[in-house]
Design a protein around this ligand. Sequence first.
Ligand code: PA5
Length: 450
Amino acid sequence: MENLRIDISNVYGFIPEEEILSLSQKTRKASQALENKTGKGDDFVGWVTLPSSIAEADLKDIEQTASRLRKEIDILVVIGIGGSYLGTRAVAEALSHTFLHLKKKTENPLILFAGQNIGEDYLNEMLEILEDKRFGIAVISKSGTTTEPAIAFRILKERLEAKTGKKKARELIISITDATRGALRTLAIQEGYKTFVIPDDVGGRYSVLTPVGLVPLAIGGFDIRALVAGAQAMEKRTLSDVPQAENPAALYAASRFLLYLSGKKIELLANFENKLHYLAEWWKQLYGESEGKEGRGIFPASVDFTADLHSMGQYIQEGERSLMETVISVKEPQTLLRIPEDQDNFDKLNYLSGKRLDAVNKMAELGTMLAHVDGGVPNIRIELPKLNEYYLGQLMYFFEKACGISGYLLDVNPFDQPGVEAYKKNMFALLEKPGFEEQSRKMKERLSSH
Ligand code: PA5
């Protein structure tokens, strides 16, 4: 069985190989701290052993719920924000037919996402689409109190109840939340929704392998056992006793950390398979929320190539030299398409006749890598044999483990997100939420003085 591979040889022109290797004690210590729960934020490292500890009974429970719901709905609306939706979206978009929504017949329910923004038109347009569709809801919130998903749920729940009646709606709503706390838990008990628990010791952005990701993905028809199996394989490959040179998570964490210290403050996650767009969104949250604190941290950004080579390419090649690039490359596409011969050859493309589109894509990737390295952008390459659940499981766990190690190398707590509260406090004050009277008064004073 092939595996995810990491290639850091295009970092060596910027950071000598020996220097990266000399970090191996530190990456091992960081990894041990994660595994032994002795580092910063140690009460949130339940995700480290999630793949190997998922119980068969829990998987069965998820699969049973999924198979019941799949018979009754055409659309599943996943309500959640941040870590409560990005993992599901990353996997679903990577593995779905790009034009699934335009297909006449699909064997799986279509997944739509709500509660990740407060756009009035967005939700109204979704309601319009749902009007004549059989739909269900997976409402996901660990705290059970996050404003954006709570608003979306209130609106969608009302619509579903109006459509099917309260009793039936209760069967079509699945809640995924904390074991004991939060408004969603209270409501779920009161209404009798089928409920799955988000473990206490797993934070939102590390939760894709909990019911947060597994339940909606199973309803959407994805192979969650393969996803877990991929993560299990990667859990073994990234254990602290695996030497750094053979340990993809340690290699990645060490390389990007040393690049950061050398002035490469921005990491671009690039793909040449645009189905990975939301994988990058998931990765940005994972790394941005884990590292960006105490005035430190690599800024995670992302690009879809080759499209963005025609918009961001100029800056990447010649702008400020504070970039590093991590490319996710998929070795083998799922389908095959060759470029046809054209007798007239007006477009002068006959030199490509008979070649697979993917062969052109791969040369674009290689050419881009060489150009960017020549232009001062170090390159880390991560190769997936294929896009499927198994390799996505490997990839996501790899990124999680490397992120934990990275946070410890940076000496921050990779499992909190105190900075997320700032906008919420202002918003609540502006909306005059009960309990925020004093902040509301100050906010009004501040705004009237402008
Ligand atoms: O990673 C995190 O903890 C956050 O992004 C949360 O997932 C996000 O804020 C949603 O929180 P909740 O699941 O409590 O609604």
